[in-house]
Design a protein around this ligand. Structure first.
Ligand code: NAD
Length: 251
């Protein structure tokens, strides 16, 4: 897989799966616009890429704020002339039983996970449609396919992303813009590994729910995202692919 001369924008790319995907795509020739709510994290990732001989810029963008997302896309077009690929990766959820949550917490999860994806698509689609080419991968979760207790608003937001992806995939397919979802189950990001180190029982319990009897690695998550952004995939749109070790098997 190579991304030579491809301009790629990734949201929430300052850590975890987004960071890993940015580094992997850059090492395969892509030019990266690294977005994150935390500019210092985005700058660190862009610095890593540029230090290794790649090409990247950092932008501060809270995906809940349409103006900031639009500015991120504009920065990518100014720096690299176009946007070939957008990965709407930023996402998080507040883990709590639903009956203990309040509307502000639902707004938080839905704001990042669903409106963040809609903001990214709204900002980049006119550009991609005009060029008659583009790839969008919306990062989802198995929580949105089968539901995850204590993550109800997050599950709702991620399920919303699936419906939204299918709708816009139909709207822009004739312009050769492909829009798909990649879902994850638990991936061993820096954050998750920190949690498991503090509570070793938690990982052991989780693993029992996985047919492959292990959790996912960030490289595996990044590889799946890259596949859906790559030139190997040319006739696939509006689809949902889970990278999950068999955790949920959904038709
Ligand atoms: N790690 C998992 O086990 C897992 C499982 C299922 C789905 N996912 C999904 O994968 C994606 C990446 O998750 P991760 O675990 O790598 O995340 P992470 O928490 O490790 O990193 C998220 C990054 O996003 C940034 N961010 C947070 N809020 C933001 C906002 N409003 N706007 C822009 N950036 C913001 C953070 O600063 C951070 O750099 C998310 O959409 C998440 O829902 C992850």
């Amino acid at each position: 897989m190579d991304f030579n001369a491809k301009s790629i924008v990734i949201t929430g790319a300052g850590a975890g799966i987004g960071r890993k995907t940015a580094l992997e795509m850059a090492s395969r020739g892509g030019t990266l616009t690294v977005g994150d709510i935390d500019l210092s994290k985005a700058e660190a990732v862009a610095g890593e890429i540029n230090g290794a001989g790649g090409s990247a810029i950092a932008t501060q963008a809270d995906v809940r704020e349409y103006g900031q997302v639009e500015a991120m896309v504009d920065a990518a077009v100014s720096a690299f002339g176009q946007v070939d690929v957008l990965v709407n990766n930023a996402g998080t959820g507040i883990p709590k039983p639903f009956v203990l949550t309040d509307p502000a917490e639902w707004n938080f999860d839905i704001g990042i996970c669903l409106f963040g994806v809609m903001n990214g698509c709204r900002a980049v689609l006119p550009h991609m449609v005009e060029r008659g080419a583009g790839r969008i991968v919306n990062i989802c979760s198995d929580a949105g396919r089968v539901g995850e207790p204590n993550l109800a608003a997050y599950s709702a937001a991620k399920a919303g992303v699936v419906g939204f992806t299918k709708a816009i995939a139909k709207e822009v397919a004739r312009s050769n813009v492909l829009v798909n979802c990649v879902c994850f189950s638990t991936i061993r990001t820096e954050l998750m590994v920190g949690l498991f180190e503090a509570n070793p029982d938690v990982e052991a319990k989780m693993i029992k729910r996985y047919p492959m009897r292990r959790l996912g690695e960030m490289e595996e998550a990044a590889n799946t995202v890259m596949l859906m952004c790559s030139d190997y995939v040319t006739f696939v749109t509006g689809q949902v692919l889970s990278c999950n070790g068999g955790y949920a098997m959904v038709d």
